[in-house]
Design a protein around this ligand. Structure first.
Ligand SMILES: [Zn+2]
Length: 821
């Protein structure tokens, strides 16, 4: 199969020029974004950063995500629905884990389609055809697709509601699933030319048009994406009704009243951005993924319809986010509770949620705002997310994924192959192949060079095609050579982005700032310096270009220290490191004693950078000297001069579990001295396993750190989701036989947030030969919250201790810390 020339660019942002370009049929072009991205199939990367990751996505992530969709019954949902439609009465009618499980398959089909359009693969093509046949067979006669209701209309998943659409504003996800179907269908059609999945999407979209709209029924999606997906379907089909429906779904969103029997999400109207009409919103609130998908849809509708209020609202919300709710890594969503934005400046590091999907959505949205406004500040934010908080979502081997992307760890975090709610792996698989489409764009006869990566691009301009070749080791080196080759000498403009970080502006707000000034960027054309007169972040080079002309861009990349706005409590007296677009993190394997939370990095200590080809598939590292803090046996703080090393944040957690920190202490006051080794902190620890084989790191119970309270969510162990069990245990094995006579337990309990409580009861045993014997004590075995529960017992010399506990009925249990003396 010959790679097809896609008419559409990444993420559905097909853009026609608003200027009066006539289409081939002679009809005026339809309005759309004024700036048009150069589609990813026209851009070929052979760079050091993206090309290897895109290949790993193709060879590892996409196959493993399809495998998981098979193993977890997601594909089978369509088979079962199809069987019911054939009147097969022997079907397993159990509901899926979640009503949005089917959307994961759509996402991976979308990613596979992008991949097919660049790298032909007949086997993959045929496999996708087979999946599409299953999806088509699961569609009801009137176009409805929602497998749980089709499989058992009387007893669908409990979030589905008793009838079609009635729980849509809550959590049925009927429109969300269809949104992902539309995205996949458009991608598959453009990649392969086939209409199989597109026809399924059109029948479903026609059902929506027949059901919803002025004078018909109303609703809005509980989880957004349908809006931008409908715009995408409109662009491919030309069916105006899809665009009108996208705008309708945005316009209808807001506080009730709702028709009888329908309700908004019980988590509250902020949760899914229904607290105000969308055009009245200013602050990003609620579930971060839903939010950025909605803002992306608003940008699309504003671009195509010219809706000025919607455009203005998007810009207001963006300003608010950049002022106070953006992590340095470009991640968003501070809180795991509701997967949501926090309050302004509430940016905790260890408990930062920063869902991978939210980073994908951030890049969808920022790219759209650039296409609408032509301002490089949106690309600055997009680049920050892309290189840091987005690629951190996938391991270097492409096989495991982060759901949250925290900025600090005590070893409790690790990527997983798959999740019960498996949105993030699918989003990575569909995003990675589209990355080349973010490099270039055009407006009339002008080109935008937005991102830097070695490779070539064929750019169609009204005055004739040009070829652009970049040579660079970006992001490890800031020297970029851009060769510009028009077919013949002629005049046009090239707008070269000078990144914010190269203009001493880490973000377009005062949320973060560099502590020093770096040398200025330089631009030369054929060796001649070009004045750095910036317009919206670009140097415009408007001249007659001849084949062989080259632009030499030099973006100096010293190691930079970044500090936060003082209002960010979590980062007070702390510093982060950045070099070029890359945010760095200190991780346990590279620093003395496997600790980084005890490091103090004084401002005066010099730092340097070098490339390590042997490390993490080849990365730039930062080195210098720091101070390590540790407690001695008297509890006094000891300071030790020690070597320091940091790696790119996105590559952490590829070498096992352990400490990591982006924001490092500048002074002793905010570092966490390493606890003095005790019989407990030097022991081995194990706990009764969870049925799914996953769970938290038991070492959190013996990390020597003082909990802030029972609900401290930084480093604990629990058995969630096991509830009411009387069979759980923890065993501590000492390095050598030790004389012990007391323990202290600090229980984990997340009352008000989750389902873990102090246990109903527990007991303590010690190892005697091969047997566990209860310790001799009068007790009591305390279960107080927010306190140490001490038990003294008759001294024993033993190799281990064991706790056996019984949970409260209906609740799980967990431990913050376990001390032994
Ligand atoms: Zn996700």
């Amino acid at each position: 199969m010959k790679p097809r020339d896609l008419a559409i660019a990444v993420c559905g942002t097909l853009a026609f020029s608003l200027t009066a370009v006539q289409s081939q049929s002679g009809a005026p072009a339809k309005p759309d974004y004024p700036i048009k991205p150069v589609t990813f199939t026209k851009v070929h990367l052979n760079d050091v950063f993206w090309a290897p990751r895109i290949e790993i996505n193709r060879t590892a992530s996409i196959p493993s995500a399809f495998e998981q969709c098979e193993l977890t019954g997601r594909v089978n949902l369509f088979d079962r629905a199809a069987a019911v439609l054939r009147a097969d009465t022997s079907v397993d009618t159990r509901p899926p884990g979640y009503p949005f499980d089917e959307s994961d398959l759509y996402k991976v089909i979308e990613g596979a389609s992008y991949s097919l359009s660049v790298t032909p693969d007949p086997k993959l093509d045929a496999y996708v055809d087979g999946l599409i046949a299953k999806i088509a067979a699961a569609q009801e006669p009137d176009g409805y697709i929602y497998t749980t209701r089709t499989i058992d209309p009387k007893n669908p998943h409990r979030w589905a509601g008793p009838e079609r659409w009635v729980f849509e504003r809550d959590d049925s996800h009927e429109l969300y699933d269809l949104g992902h179907l539309f995205e996949a269908a458009v991608a598959h059609h453009l990649a392969t030319g086939k209409r199989t999945l597109l026809n399924v999407a059109i029948r479903a979209a026609d059902l929506l048009v027949a059901t919803f709209g002025p004078g018909k029924r109303t609703t809005w999606p509980g989880h957004q994406i349908t809006e931008m997906a409908l715009v995408r379907l409109y662009r491919v089909t030309g069916t105006e009704a899809y665009l009108s429906l996208a705008k309708f779904l945005l316009d209808e969103r807001g506080p009730g009243p709702y028709p009888e029997g329908e309700r908004a999400n019980p988590r509250g109207l902020n949760y899914n951005q229904a607290h105000l009409k969308v055009v009245e919103q200013s602050e990003p609130v609620g579930h971060a993924v839903r939010a950025v998908y909605m803002y992306s849809g608003m940008a699309d509708v504003a671009a195509v319809t010219g809706d000025a209020a919607m455009r203005a609202a998007g810009k207001r919300i963006w300003d608010y986010l950049i002022e106070s709710k953006l992590y340095l890594t470009g991640g968003i969503g501070a809180s795991g509770s509701g997967e949501a934005f926090g309050q302004p400046y509430e940016l905790p590091n260890m408990t930062a949620y920063n869902e991978t999907c939210a980073s994908v959505g951030m890049d969808f949205w920022n790219h759209r705002l650039f296409l609408l406004e032509g301002d490089a500040k949106y690309i600055d934010v997009m680049e920050r997310t892309l290189f840091n908080g987005l690629v951190s979502g996938v391991s270097l081997d492409g096989k495991t994924f982060f759901y949250p992307n925290p900025l600090e760890s005590n070893g409790q975090h690790a990527r997983q192959e798959w999740f019960g709610v498996a949105c993030c792996p699918g989003n990575i698989t569909r995003f990675m192949p589209s990355v080349p489409g973010y490099l270039y764009a055009t407006r009339g006869d002008a080109v935008f060079v937005n991102l830097f990566a070695a490779g070539s691009a064929d750019v169609d301009l009204p005055g004739g095609a040009i070829r652009i070749v970049q040579e660079t080791r970006y992001p490890w080196d800031g020297a970029v050579k851009i060769a510009v080759t028009p077919a013949r000498a002629r005049r046009f403009a090239i707008n070269v982005r000078i990144p914010g970080w190269a203009r001493n502006e880490p973000v377009p707000s005062d949320l973060y700032r560099f502590t020093d000034a770096a040398p200025a960027a330089t631009v030369r054309v054929n060796g001649q310096a070009v004045p750095l007169a910036l317009d919206k972040g670009y140097v415009t080079i408007d001249r007659t270009w001849s084949p062989g002309d080259t632009i030499a861009l030099d973006l100096p990349m010293p190691v930079r220290r970044v500090v936060s706005n003082y209002q960010v409590m979590a980062n007070r007296e702390r510093v982060a490191l950045q070099r070029g677009p890359i945010v760095f993190a200190a991780e346990w394997p590279d620093n003395p004693n496997g600790k980084v939370r005890n490091i103090v990095l004084p401002d005066a200590n010099a730092l340097s950078s070098d490339f390590r080809a042997d490390l993490l598939n080849g990365v730039q590292v930062i080195r210098g000297r720091a101070v390590g803090l540790a407690l001695d046996e008297t509890g006094a703080v000891r300071r030790t001069e020690q070597p320091f090393m940091a790696i790119p944040y996105a590559t952490w957690a590829n070498r096992g579990r352990g400490q990591m920190a982006v924001w490092l202490a500048r002074t002793d006051a905010v570092a966490r001295p390493t606890p003095f080794p005790t019989v407990a902190t030097t022991a081995a620890i194990a706990a009764s396993p969870l049925p799914n084989g996953r769970g938290k790191n038991p070492r959190n119970m013996i990390d020597g750190e003082e909990p802030a309270g029972s609900s401290d969510s930084s480093a604990y162990f629990d058995w969630w989701p096991v509830q009411g069990s009387a069979n759980e245990w923890i065993e501590m094995t000492f390095a050598k036989p030790s004389a012990v006579s007391s323990v202290e337990l600090y229980w984990f309990d997340d009352t008000g947030r989750g389902g873990v409580r102090v246990p109903a009861s527990w007991r303590l045993l010690h190892k005697s030969g091969d047997r566990w014997l209860p310790v001799e004590t009068a007790g009591p075995f305390g279960v107080a919250r927010n306190a140490w529960n001490a038990v003294s017992f008759a001294p024993v010399t033993t190799t281990g201790l064991r706790i056996e506990l019984t949970m409260q009925p209906g609740f799980s249990a967990g431990v913050q810390e376990w001390k032994v003396k």
